[in-house]
Write a protein that binds this ligand. Structure first.
Ligand code: PCA
Length: 205
């Protein structure tokens, strides 16, 4: 059976909920026929998140890695095209780190492309009636950093892992009653979206 490592992040920036964590936890409760799903919630901490992730990768040896993060303000489910070699945190992480314009790896390439079938993902999500689009920037915060480091390890060690990052919008419950005039999707929609993503990634592997 194929192994899929699904990661998401804890809340950050003073918020109490992270849509990616909510969706990942909801998926953990579902049974998948053709895949062993491991869910890992990472801290929003510049160094710890990557350390925990690399340990989990080494221990689990997954076939597919699906990294999720919340991008408040986005309207759609957005598979990321590329991770770039810059840390430039717009707000401090949960441990107070706020690098400005530092390379993630001074010796590393400018970027790494996603290993996920991003065009097919968007097409299948839209076909199911879920708003989706390719994103050309994962930001310069922790999501981009995690994405970069995971793709770097896969490239360096020539691991047979299909990996990539997807940002999700806020959930309705994060917006309603919080005075936020920003877009959101329902939990059911995001869970369905990730079920589709998992199916497409496994079929493609
Ligand atoms: N989103 C942030 C980090 C954690 C998360 O869910 C980001 O986009 O970098």
């Amino acid at each position: 059976m194929k192994k899929l490592l699904l990661t998401a992040f804890e809340p950050f920036g003073g918020k109490v909920m992270n849509a990616s964590q909510e969706v990942a936890n909801s998926l953990a409760d579902l049974a998948f026929a053709q895949v062993q799903l491991e869910v890992l919630i990472l801290p929003v901490s510049r160094f710890e998140a990557v350390d925990i992730m690399l340990q989990a990768m080494a221990a689990l040896k997954p076939d597919v890695i699906l990294m999720l993060g919340e991008s408040g303000g986005r309207f759609q489910v957005t598979p990321e095209r590329v991770a770039i070699n810059v840390d430039d945190f717009i707000i401090p992480d949960n441990t107070g780190h706020q690098p400005q314009g530092e390379p993630i790896n001074p010796q590393g390439p400018v970027g790494y492309f996603s290993g996920l079938p991003i065009y097919r993902l968007v097409q299948q999500l839209r076909q199911a009636g879920i708003p989706a689009a390719i994103s050309d920037t994962a930001g310069l915060y922790l999501c981009n950093r995690l994405f970069y480091r995971v793709m770097e390890v896969i490239a360096h060690q020539q691991l047979p892992i299909k990996a990539g990052f997807i940002h999700v919008p806020y959930l309705h419950e994060q917006v309603i009653g919080h005075g936020l005039n920003v877009p959101s999707l329902s939990r059911a929609t995001l869970v369905q979206a990730m079920q589709i993503v998992i199916e497409v990634c496994l079929a493609d592997h």
